[in-house]
Ligand binder design. Structure first.
Ligand SMILES: [Zn+2]
Length: 213
């Protein structure tokens, strides 16, 4: 990419850092001024473990957790998070004293669902929803709708990055927020100041990865 890139580290643990590229990027729901490469946090086992330790913090004070539902490639972090919670003696209600880590599927209409044999890990279970990044909240809301449909009891939402200030009243435990990235702005597609200035797109963000133009 031609544009300026820099990295942002987590103050509490500088081993956790994200690469940020400035430019004009789009997802299917929004345009934004920066692309955040979160892949190393999700795929590098050593770093994913450090991330899991940070994300587990809000749940260590006695939260009941049965299942961690992982969206957007967060399942390695989810597995380590389960380990941290189990090691900390987090209360679990499952009769086999386990925390399960599951990934929802998308049906032919692109709606999130769980196959029949996994639904017992969701219905009336205490769930942490783990998501990579929250921007417009559309993916988050579809996940929340899905969990509510199966009768899940939401314990909390954890994210690597949250750009959404409103979040429909839902508290999101995010490691990084838009305030950590100077000048970060998010626009509805018809409302983007970079489009209005005729600035070409630098990349399209699909499933958290960037396809450069
Ligand atoms: Zn734009």
């Amino acid at each position: 990419m031609r544009h300026h890139s820099f990295s942002v580290s987590l103050a509490k643990n500088p081993a956790i850092k994200i690469n940020v590229t400035q430019g004009h990027f789009s997802t299917s729901h929004a345009h934004m001024t920066h692309y955040l490469d979160l892949n190393n946090l999700k795929t590098n086992a050593l770093i994913a473990k450090e991330v899991a330790e940070e994300l587990a913090q809000p749940y260590l004070a006695g939260a009941l957790v049965d299942t961690i539902v992982c969206m957007e490639g967060t399942e390695v972090i989810g597995a380590y998070m389960a380990e941290v919670l189990l090691d900390s003696g987090t209360l679990i209600t499952d009769e086999d004293m386990a925390i399960h880590v599951v990934i929802p599927l998308r049906n032919t209409e692109r709606k999130l669902m769980f196959p029949a044999d996994l639904q017992k890990l969701i219905s009336h279970r205490n769930i942490i929803l783990l998501i990579s990044s929250v921007s417009t909240g559309i993916t988050l809301n579809s996940a929340l709708d899905c969990l509510s449909y199966y009768g899940a009891q939401l314990v909390g939402i954890s994210a690597l990055f949250n750009a959404n200030e409103a979040s429909n009243g839902q508290k999101i435990f995010a490691m990084f927020t838009k305030n950590d990235i100077l000048g970060y702005e998010l626009f509805r597609p018809g409302d983007c100041s970079m489009c209005q200035e005729g600035q070409k797109l630098d990349g399209i963000i699909i499933h958290d990865g960037c396809i450069t133009m």
